[in-house]
Design a protein around this ligand. Structure first.
Ligand SMILES: Cc1cc2nc3c(=O)[nH]c(=O)nc-3n(C[C@H](O)[C@H](O)[C@H](O)COP(=O)(O)OP(=O)(O)OC[C@H]3O[C@@H](n4cnc5c(N)ncnc54)[C@H](O)[C@@H]3O)c2cc1C
Ligand SMILES: NC(=O)c1ccc[n+]([C@@H]2O[C@H](COP(=O)([O-])OP(=O)(O)OC[C@H]3O[C@@H](n4cnc5c(N)ncnc54)[C@H](O)[C@@H]3O)[C@@H](O)[C@H]2O)c1
Length: 448
């Protein structure tokens, strides 16, 4: 056996880093391993680089809205320059992260980890023994099992494109399709979204998504719903995307086809069965302490655990729970109450807590405040007609059960609702709070 650790961590994303640093601080001998450059999805291939691309799209969006209201002249996105700007953030990440681990006394390993026994992993020719292990291997694009799947690029490929092709098809209509389409369209591409579901962004409140579709129309993104992609064919220098749905079979010609059809825990290559780790519905079977039900040496966190929504703050939260349970013995359980989520379209759409359908299903008694508020100052000031909200307030207690926002500042204002939900604040508490005026948050008192 060449290596022996108190805690081995598979992955170097948010979940891995948060847990490894905490456990090492408690004096444990810890090692982390990644097959890709250190840093994980959020910092290298997800949230952060995506949001840097959104920064340029925001400039074009603002220019388009404010033309005729004091703004004149042409602006365009220089894609290679934008990717260079993105790299100024992402390129230093792996080295910085690796240094941070080493400074904390954590051993850094590179390669693909696979289980070989209940307390053993292999990495290439090396064998590793551990007392405890954290699976923080994240998620990967789900295989579509369609002919021509190999022609798809994923989020990683899109965020690295050296130039932006003219015709882009996004397969799927969730977060990634919504965000990437808004970036690509503002950078001059012709974008088509082929969504199997009945509408875009099925995780968000339907009425608000409907309002947001005005913004998709405005920038010329073609959204075809109730339509599943079933093949991708290469033809000369282009692709032909075949799909089928309510409207019958269709073909869309594209220069680039992007996977935006969902992600699932990246556990299939780990050989879980060799360590006796039970899995169910494509994820490890865990108890309430995020520990494997079949191998007590094993914990999982973040996207790999898929215990809460696959979002960065959840990965971090899970990791804190696991670190506490490792160091002090099982006692902490994850609590996902009030986790806000934003799709960074322009304008953004946001949610926290229950949807109206979920609250009804739970048999709760609540009142709903629901309005499209294009005429409010926050929207008119920036010439953005997409602005609205839906809030659910429990009848008996006055607490906020759910809040749904779309429009300017929704990505910031949702955090205040998240705070309210997590800490049991009431609609009256929000109404009697003084928010700085005029800010998006100063509308909150009128939304509840
Ligand atoms: C395009 C995109 C945009 C996103 N935007 C947002 C956003 O705006 N806000 C938000 O909250 N969330 C966002 N997310 C989700 C967020 O990125 C994830 O929830 C989060 O990064 C998951 O962190 P993690 O630590 O669980 O896993 P990851 O960060 O994915 O880390 C897992 C690591 O494990 C490694 N690994 C996997 N298998 C092995 C193996 N066998 N051996 C060695 N290493 C292995 C991988 O290489 C990877 O580096 C986005 C996701 C995507 C794809
Ligand atoms: N802003 C954010 O927080 C953010 C941004 C991007 C990604 N993410 C995370 O990453 C995860 C994955 O994002 P995503 O957009 O890939 O998935 P998603 O689950 O949000 O949406 C995938 C959609 O693709 C559709 N689909 C599946 N197969 C299809 C096919 N063959 N043809 C047409 N449509 C098909 C599904 O009906 C579904 O609506 C999300 O669940 C989210 O948690 C978060």
């Amino acid at each position: 056996m060449d290596m022996n650790y108190d805690l081995m961590v598979i992955g170097t994303g948010t979940a891995a880093m948060v847990c490894a640093l905490r456990v090492a601080k408690a004096g444990w001998k810890v090692a982390v391993i990644d097959e890709k450059p250190f840093g994980g999805t959020c910092a290298l291939r997800g949230c952060d680089p995506k949001k840097m691309l959104v920064a340029d799209a925001e400039v074009i969006d603002a220019k388009q809205r404010m033309t005729g209201h004091g703004v004149k002249g042409d602006l365009r996105i220089d894609w290679p320059d934008l990717i260079r700007f993105k790299r100024s953030f992402t390129d230093p990440v792996p080295e910085k992260h690796e240094r941070r681990y080493e400074e904390a006394g954590i051993v850094t390993l590179h390669g693909t980890a696979k289980f070989t026994g209940p307390n053993h992993l292999s990495v290439g020719d090396h064998e590793i023994e551990y007392r405890k292990i954290l699976i923080a291997s994240g998620a990967r694009p789900i295989p579509l099992a369609i002919p021509g799947e190999e022609h798809l690029i994923d989020n990683e490929g899109f965020l690295e494109l050296p130039s932006l092709p003219k015709r882009i098809v996004l397969v799927g209509g969730g977060y990634i399709a919504a965000e990437f389409s808004h970036i690509a369209a503002r950078a001059g591409a012709e974008v088509t979204i082929l969504q199997r579901g009945p509408r875009m962004l099925t995780q968000f409140e339907p009425e608000l998504v409907n309002w947001l579709m005005d913004a998709f129309d405005r920038i010329g993104v073609r959204v075809i719903t109730d339509t599943a992609v079933d093949a991708i064919r290469r033809s000369g220098g282009k692709y032909v995307v075949h799909a089928n749905g309510k409207g019958g079979p269709i073909e869309v010609v594209a220069d680039l086809v992007v996977h935006a059809a969902g992600r699932a825990p990246a556990i299939e290559r780990l050989d879980l069965e060799k360590a006796g780790i039970a899995a169910e519905h494509g994820k490890p079977k865990l108890n309430k302490f995020l520990q494997s039900v079949s191998n007590p040496a094993v914990y999982a966190a973040g996207d790999a655990a898929s215990n809460g929504p696959p979002l960065t703050p959840v990965s971090s939260h899970d990791a804190k729970v696991v670190a506490a349970n490792l160091v002090e013995g099982n006692h902490r359980e994850p609590d996902y109450k009030g986790v806000p989520s934003v799709a960074f379209t322009l304008p953004p759409i946001a949610r926290v807590g229950l949807t109206e359908a979920e609250a009804n299903e739970a048999g709760l008694r609540f009142r709903t405040k629901y309005e499209r508020t294009s005429q409010w100052f926050t929207a008119r000031r920036v010439a953005e007609p997409v602005y609205g909200h839906k809030t659910l307030i429990e009848e008996e207690t006055g607490t906020i059960l759910g809040a749904h926002l779309v429009g300017p500042g929704a990505d910031q204002a949702i955090n205040i609702f998240g705070l309210a939900i997590r800490h049991g604040l009431t609609a009256d508490d929000l109404k009697t709070t003084m928010f700085a005026y005029p800010t998006g948050a100063s509308d909150i008192g009128y939304m509840v």
